[in-house]
Write a protein that binds this ligand. Structure first.
Ligand code: BG6
Length: 480
């Protein structure tokens, strides 16, 4: 074997965020109300009823944040655009002040040579579209989504080369229609869940086609929350449980992005349950055309899982996630008759019961390379932890250890022949964790605030991991 090839010279060392989680300014300069602005106001939905009203005030402090990125040497910054800043009502009249904000942010990044990587949709849907036609539940969303995306391409396409159509469709749809934990807060509504996904797939596909027509050289993909799965043991029924899990939980989405079709065995299962989505004439063709134009698979990697056979009376999908930071409170979930996902006792976990499995990032890259032969953009990877300020500093050796181990495995994936274009950590600054408030911190940059909207100065403090990542970037991943 040859010595490690290491990271390519043009490798994009990055970090990421999402509009609702960092911006604040929830009603500033003509911004409309999003489904999240509304959802967080329903009692009991988020940890200590935290909102993103002010978040970490990136809307007003973006210059300071970008300056810190530049000092760190960041190559790319992945952020999302709030649809409600551009179209306060989802469609209709465009809001120039909203467009201007992202112009300023993009220009600020480019001033320092930082490549903007833009997510069109990271979960904050205009509430007006929920009110008009129930958002994703109606096919009408496809045209409004594409119209919104085209507005972004027209305005920023001359400067933005990397586009992510959608963030974690698998998470926002399963949390929204199966687990009741995201808007619109529905539980076990399988039929609507699959219909919503088909609409999202069509919105993604038509967005890809629109972008490539306007900017053929732009690079585009969707970001998928990919949890590679291990069979519980060598028992054949557990190996089949893994196959079922992969078809329904991983390939159901990735096959659409990369091949433009649904996996056959998953489709057969949906037919058996009477929950196949309704498709229109021409949909398959559009999905296929878009898949042929996609440039990469975006992967948000946090953890692997385990599949074990689950009998017909076994556990289902419920709201049983640990969102308190009290270890050991998450419960097993599954699909009766197919699989359940017990904990993996070979692996350590975070305080929120997420398994820590660096090898999983290599598995993501390997699987995508073998199955789709597509380049990979790691669009998120990181550790949520309780960070503490001591004498004005934040020592986070656990985060450094986590990221180091994952980057080492990513390097192996590249040596294995995988084409990896970028690695974006989650997150750049601390930010609002949708369901876990501000206690669960992911950033390189600490932000002085807590759940109480009136607490904290919002001052930024680079953590130890900030200086460590600076070195990683400087040495192109040689010094970890
Ligand atoms: C991903 C999302 O699911 O994970 C992010 O794209 C999110 O928006 C991140 O913040 C971490 O999740 P959590 O629940 O720990 O905040």
């Amino acid at each position: 074997f040859e010595k490690s090839k290491g990271f390519p010279q043009d490798f994009l060392w990055g970090s990421a965020s999402a509009a609702y989680q960092v911006e604040g300014g929830w009603d500033a300069d003509g911004k409309g109300v999003s489904n999240w602005d509304k959802f967080v106001r329903i009692p009991g939905k988020t940890f200590k009823a935290t909102t993103g009203d002010k978040a970490v005030d990136h809307y007003h402090r973006y210059k300071e944040d970008v300056k810190l990125m530049a000092e760190m040497g960041l190559k790319t910054y992945r952020f999302s655009i709030a649809w409600t800043r551009i179209y306060p009502n989802g469609n209709g009249e465009v809001n120039e002040a909203g467009l201007q904000f992202y112009d300023n942010l993009i220009n600020e990044l480019l001033k320092y040579g930082i490549e903007p990587m833009v997510t069109v949709y990271h979960w904050d849907m205009p509430q007006a579209l929920e009110d008009q036609y129930h958002g994703w539940e109606s096919r009408q969303i496809v045209d409004d989504y594409v119209n919104y995306a085209k507005t972004l391409f027209e305005r920023y396409g001359d400067r933005v080369k990397y586009w992510i159509t959608m963030n974690e469709q698998n998470i926002f749809t399963s949390f929204g229609w199966l687990k009741g934990m995201h808007p619109p807060g529905k539980e076990n509504d399988m039929k609507t869940f699959y219909q919503v996904n088909h609409h999202a797939n069509m919105a993604h596909a038509k967005t890809v086609l629109a972008l490539k027509e306007m900017y053929p050289d732009a690079k585009v993909g969707a970001s998928f929350a990919y949890s590679p799965c291990y069979a519980y043991d060598r028992k054949p029924e557990n190996a089949m449980a893994k196959a079922d899990y992969d078809d329904l939980q991983n390939y159901w989405w990735m096959d659409v992005y990369a091949y433009g079709r649904y996996p056959r065995s998953a489709w057969a299962y949906l037919e058996s349950q009477g929950v196949t989505p309704q498709m229109e004439d021409g949909d398959e063709d559009i999905l296929k055309k878009a898949a042929a134009l996609v440039d990469f698979m975006g992967v948000n990697y946090y953890q692997t899982c385990v599949a074990e056979y689950n009998d017909i009376n076994g556990v289902g999908m419920t709201n049983t996630m640990n969102n308190t930071g009290e270890k050991g409170t998450a419960q097993v979930q599954g699909v009766p008759g197919l699989y359940k996902n017990p904990a993996n006792d070979f692996l350590p976990t975070t305080d929120w019961d997420w398994t820590i499995d660096p090898m999983g990032i290599r598995m993501c890259c390997r699987d995508i390379t073998s199955r789709y032969d597509l380049p990979v953009v790691i669009s998120e990877n990181g550790l949520g932890a309780f960070d503490k300020v001591e004498d004005g500093q934040v020592h986070d050796p656990y985060r450094i250890a986590y990221l180091k181990a994952h980057i080492e495995e990513l390097k192996k994936a590249i040596d294995d022949g995988c084409r990896v274009l970028a690695y974006c950590t989650w997150s750049y600054t601390d930010l609002l964790s949708w369901l876990n408030g501000y206690q669960k911190r992911y950033g390189f940059v600490y932000v002085d605030r807590e759940e109480d909207e009136n607490s904290g100065t919002l001052n930024r403090i680079p953590k130890d991991s900030y200086y460590w990542y600076k070195k990683v970037i400087e040495t192109n991943g040689e010094e970890l």
